[in-house]
Design a protein around this ligand. Structure first.
Ligand code: C2E
Ligand code: MG
Ligand code: MG
Ligand code: MG
Length: 293
């Protein structure tokens, strides 16, 4: 996959420099140039209804097509972007591009075509005093209705202080929805859920991994499923929607469905794809993932 290629490229590069810090500094400079030179692209991974494989949304994921190093995955350059502050213009690019694209899908395929478009927001962006105005402007410029936009934040990003709480409150007042990403991997998931104006929790893929293993010992299976089960019960009690991340095979989809998850995301259901590929799916009116069932 592009991600694996991206990783390999970067690792070779670090080895070549012999000095990861220096490599990061140079990558930071190149990232600045990449923003100006149109080397960043957004791909979209379908979010799928497990019952019938229908497309219920997409998550925007940024990609860097480096002119000489090839594809570099976000796991490599998002941390660099956060350290250098470049995440603010980068995030603004993803925000505007996703809103523009989602609005175009609605125009092209009608209001029922795509209920929601999600994108990732980092801690640094939540600290940016202009962030709420940026979101508001991206919605206004694109014409995307606010309730179609989902902003994904992680628990660790949300745990940082007064400015962030205020920003999250203002975002929910705008009418966009907030999702807690990678849920369960953070430090204080439970207390956070009560205080945070989230509408959606995304069960982290680490709790989906192995969930389908049947070694003939029901107690062991129960233990592997315990977090996924607890999260869905909690979400229901608090009136939140859920998305299970990292669904890699049909057996996992089946177990998640039994546990009560209605929605999933993962390579088994659909891989991240170009905007054009999403348009083709929307035009076909077919389920995204026959195997979601
Ligand atoms: P995330 O938000 O949790 O996004 C899901 C990641 O899991 C994506 O990796 C996706 O390609 C991958 N994935 C999807 N299905 C499966 C599966 O079945 N199995 C496994 N093992 N992985 C799966 P990706 O695109 O490499 O992104 C990694 C992370 O980088 C994202 O995690 C997100 O935290 C961050 N990221 C990506 N785009 C942006 C962005 O525009 N802004 C910010 N701030 N962060 C971003
Ligand atoms: Mg995400
Ligand atoms: Mg996630
Ligand atoms: Mg994740």
């Amino acid at each position: 996959t592009a991600k694996q290629r991206g990783k390999a490229t970067f690792v070779r590069y670090v080895d070549g420099m012999g000095e990861p810090v220096l490599a990061h500094m140079q990558l930071g400079g190149e990232l600045r140039r990449a923003l100006d030179n149109d080397e960043l692209r957004v791909v979209y991974q379908p979010i799928v209804r497990l019952g019938d494989g229908a497309l219920v949304g997409v998550e925007a994921l940024v990609r860097w097509h480096h002119p000489s190093r090839g594809a570099i995955g976000p796991a490599e350059f998002i941390p660099v972007a956060e350290r250098t502050g470049l995440i603010v213009p980068l995030g603004r690019f993803v925000l505007r591009e996703t809103c523009r694209q989602a609005a175009a899908w609605l125009t092209e395929h009608g209001p029922d075509a795509l209920p929601e478009a999600a994108l990732n927001v980092s801690a640094r962006q939540l600290h940016d005093p202009d962030f709420v105005a940026d979101v508001s402007a991206a919605l206004a410029e694109s014409g995307l209705p606010c309730e179609r936009l989902v902003l994904e934040v992680t628990e660790s990003a949300v745990l940082r202080g007064q400015q962030v709480s205020r920003t999250l409150y203002e975002l929910s007042r705008l009418g966009v929805r907030l999702a807690l990403d990678d849920f369960g991997t953070g430090e204080s998931s439970l207390s956070l859920l009560r205080a945070f104006p989230a509408a959606i929790v995304k069960l982290d893929k680490s709790f989906v991994e192995g969930i389908e293993i049947d070694d003939g010992r029901p107690a062991a299976a129960d233990a592997r499923q315990a977090v996924a089960r607890a999260v869905i019960q909690l979400a229901r009690a608090l009136g939140l929607s859920t998305v299970a991340e990292g669904v890699e095979n049909a057996e996992q989809a089946a177990v998640l469905r039994e546990l009560g998850y209605t929605t999933g995301q993962g390579y088994h259901l659909a891989e991240p794809m170009t905007a054009e590929a999403v348009s083709t799916l929307l035009a076909s009116n077919e389920p995204v993932a026959a195997s979601g069932r």
